[in-house]
Every structure is written in C-alpha cells, then in structure tokens.
Design a protein around this ligand. Structure first.
Ligand SMILES: C[S@@+](CC[C@H](N)C(=O)[O-])C[C@H]1O[C@@H](n2cnc3c(N)ncnc32)[C@H](O)[C@@H]1O
Length: 454
C-alpha cells in the first residue's frame, strides 16, 4: 500500500464485519468493477460510470468513497494489474469478471485490504451476478486472487509505473518533457491526490490550515493530505474556502490585487477562478456555455458570499456593451484535461489525440474572442489543465502570430517560487505533476500572461 492510500483512512483495512457492512462492502466492490468497465468499455467519466452501477445509490457516503478509491486505483495502475493477473489466465474472462479480478487485485496490491475481504467479497460479487458467465468465473477469480495475495506486490513492482499511461500520452509527454520527467510524472499520477483549498481571505490561510489539519503551501494554497468528507470540514459552510488544486489557482494568483479592475472569466464553471477574481477585488463577469454548470458557479458564489455577473452563453459569440472593455480577461479554455489525471484517472481512457485536435480549434476560436474583450494595456490570461503542448505553448505561439498587438508578459509575481512551480525561460508557466513532489505534487497546467499594446 502506498502512503497516499494509507492516508485515505476509512477504506484502508475495510473488512465489512457486520452483516450490513458486509453487504455494503460487496455493493462498493460491485460498483467499483462496474465503474472500471464503464470507463474502459464505454468511455464514461468515472463518477458517471460509478453512479450507473445498480448498487451505487444504496451505498453510504463512506462506501461510495471506497468504491471510487478502488476504481480510481485500478485505473491508475491498470497496466501493472493486467501484468500481474495476465499470466494466471488461460483465457480472457467475461468483462465483469475481469473487472472484479482487476479491482480485487488493486485492493490486495495497493490498498492493503485484508485478503479475506478482498477475495471473499470479490467472489461473492460474481456469485450474485445474474450472468452465468460471471457466476462460473467465481472459482477462477478466487484462485487467481489468492495467488495475487502472495505474489502480486512483487510482480507489480517489476512493471514500470509509466506503463500505466496510455501510449499516446506516454509518447507525447516523452517528446515534450523527456523520459526522466515522464517516469516522475507517472509516479506522481499513480498516487491518490491531496485536498487543496484556496482561502477566500489570503491572510487567514494559517488559521484555516490549523483548524483543518492541513499545511500552507508556498503560494497560499492550503493542503490536506487526504480528501475525506469535504463538506464536514471547518469553514465549508462559512464559505471560507473552496476546493482548487494548487496549479489551478496559479492563473489568478499571479495577477495579485485586482481592486477596481474589471475582469471577464470566459469559461467560468464550476467557478474556482471566478471566486478568486472576485476575492481579489475585481468586478467580475463570468461566462460559461453550460447553463447547468453555471448553476454551480452561482452556488459557489452564494456559499462564499462573493459576487459576479453570471451569463450562460458561448463565450466565442458573446459581445458585451462594447469591445475592449476589460482590464483582465481570463480564458481557462476547455481542454483534454490530461493534467488532471491523478484526480480524474478516467481521462486516460476517455480522451484521445482526436479530442485534442478538435479542442485546439475551440481554443483558437476562444482566444481570438477573448482578445476582442481586452482593453488597451489590459491583460489576457490563457490557461489549460492539459499537459499537451498543443493545448498550451503551441496555442500561444500561434495566437501571438495572429495578434501582434499582444505581447507575452513574463510571469514574475511568483518570485523565488516561480522556477519550482514551472515558470519557463520564455515567461509562461508549465506546471508538471511531479513538481513540488516534496509537498505532494500538483496538477499539470499551462499559463500564459499577455498584455495588449496601448
Ligand atoms: C476548464 S473548465 C473551466 C474551469 C473554471 N474556470 C474553474 O476554474 O472552475 C472549462 C469550461 O468551459 C466551458 N466551455 C466550453 N466551451 C465554451 C464556450 N464556447 N463558451 C463558454 N464556455 C465554454 C465548459 O462548460 C467548462 O465549464
């Protein structure tokens, strides 16, 4: 078991001792296996795939978290798990039986679940299936998982962690960042992520960190080592903070105090950066194409007591009272989200190079629309939570060729922390997951700051 999983608390050592818990443990394992099948087979986001499992709606919050942990761990370690169970199989099991086998192996190798619970409940999950093939596979799964319980950890350790990355990502990241960086990124992405919070009043970071049992990172983000029950944490109902990875907080952090400035957040939902802009003192207009997601922005504004004008619209088509009207325009563009893999391991299976191709066209269109809204002398911030240079560096190079009235502004406001966080000689910021690994890493992100000539 890795330390990060140990720190997840509850689910580790989950035994299901009482009859009620026993059946919940089984329900969680069934949901986890169905979740893995939904991600890999149907390319669903993990949370959607989990929620479609028949057992999911009856699970307690704790068992849902356990189901998610098992499924996420399986997806993060898929090649290693496949490599461990593969040699024991004489033929490919039916999809659900295979998913139960992989999720069972994940519990044994990476979650330190007691053998009797991991094996017994996996077998029971198969026996409860309506499909004869699954029931028939129960004996084989029992035998293989018992082998995995004794030999699995050593066998898994022989398989490089970077094999867990889909080939297209491994290749493109190796081209962009080199083999050593990819190995370090893969290592970081194999772990459960910490909980990162942005504090509304920056001066209260230490106070909330102490109350929550967390630490303050160099940029002011408050980090708790495990995610746990977010709404139960001190300060949630007071709206004192919101959940936001340290990397996702950087695009607004670098802007400093925005008192008296107007800001346009072009792709705002669920609102992390809208909240930051408002907390920094800006008069914020927030756009998002999705009316449903915009409701989340409004909920977050209400909870935190911050304000912004929210408009559900295609930001590429939106026109304000006049063009060139905002001091700051932030484009947190829709992207492949390959930088968020440790929080969303499903992205490795649901996104493809084709998605990147079509997103690039959207990013270019939105960048030109964003440029139209920037005042002379104003600031344009472009960012994506992608590790694909095509969605970061290359978009900005292309944009600056099309719009010579904009110039790249080196990111200087991170001071001595800039280099460690990923500020590049060109002046933009390329956050990689293994940076700040001594603090638990960060999401992959790209940020560029540009100024419109006067
Ligand atoms: C990366 S997320 C934004 C995250 C957000 N900035 C935050 O910090 O919480 C991208 C958002 O872009 C929105 N989006 C996609 N295409 C859009 C468009 N043409 N106009 C406006 N919003 C769009 C999506 O609905 C999604 O909410």
């Amino acid at each position: 078991m890795t330390d990060d999983n140990k720190s997840q608390g509850g689910p580790s050592g989950y035994q299901g001792s009482s009859p009620k818990k026993s059946s919940d443990g089984r329900g969680a394992r069934i949901a986890a296996a169905r979740g893995v099948m939904g991600v890999i087979g149907s390319k669903l986001a993990l949370d959607i795939a989990l929620s479609k499992a028949s057992t999911y709606s009856d699970l307690s919050a704790r068992d849902r978290a356990f189901a998610r942990l098992i499924a996420a761990t399986t997806l993060r370690r898929l090649a290693q798990l496949d490599g461990v169970v593969g040699p024991y199989l004489s033929r490919q099991p039916a999809p659900f039986a295979m998913a139960v086998l992989l999720t069972g192996a994940a519990q044994l190798i990476y979650l330190d679940t007691p053998v009797h619970a991991a094996v017994g409940e996996s077998v029971a999950a198969l026996k409860s299936s309506k499909d004869r093939n699954d029931v028939n596979a129960a004996g084989m799964v029992n035998a293989v998982l018992r082998k995995v319980a004794t030999e699995g950890k050593d066998a898994a350790a022989q398989i490089p962690i970077s094999k867990n990355l889909p080939e297209w990502l491994r290749k493109s990241w190796t081209r962009a960042y080199g083999e050593d960086a990819v190995a370090a990124i893969a290592e970081q992405l194999s772990k459960s992520p910490p909980l990162d919070l942005t504090i509304k009043n920056k001066g209260e970071a230490e106070k909330w960190a102490e109350e929550i049992g967390a630490v303050v990172l160099p940029t002011g983000t408050v980090r708790k080592s495990d995610i746990g029950n977010i709404v139960g944490l001190p300060g949630f109902h007071d709206g004192a903070w919101w959940v936001q990875d340290i990397a996702a907080a950087l695009p607004v952090n670098i802007l400093g105090d925005l008192t008296g400035k107007t800001a346009l957040d072009m792709c705002a939902a669920p609102g992390g950066k809208t909240l930051q802009l408002a907390a920094a003192g800006a008069d914020v207009t927030a756009l998002d194409r999705s009316a449903e997601r915009m409701l989340k922005v409004k909920d977050n504004l209400e909870r935190t007591g911050l304000s912004a004008k929210c408009i559900a619209v295609d930001a590429g088509k939106w026109r304000g009272v006049r063009d060139n009207d905002f001091d700051v325009v932030l484009l947190d563009a829709p992207c492949s989200a390959t930088g968020t893999l440790r929080r969303r391991p499903d992205v490795a299976y649901t996104k493809s190079p084709k998605d990147v191709e079509s997103l690039i066209a959207v990013q270019d269109r939105l960048l030109l629309a964003a440029a139209r809204q920037v005042k002379d002398g104003g600031t344009l911030v472009y960012c994506t939570c992608s590790l694909q240079p095509a969605e970061g560096e290359q978009r900005i190079e292309a944009f600056l060729k099309m719009r010579p009235d904009f110039r790249l502004n080196p990111i200087l406001t991170l001071g001595n922390d800039g280099e460690a966080l990923g500020v590049q000689p060109k002046g933009w910021l390329r956050a990689l997951p293994h940076r700040l690994s001594e603090h638990g890493g960060m999401d992959g992100f790209f940020v560029a700051l540009m100024t419109r000539n006067v």
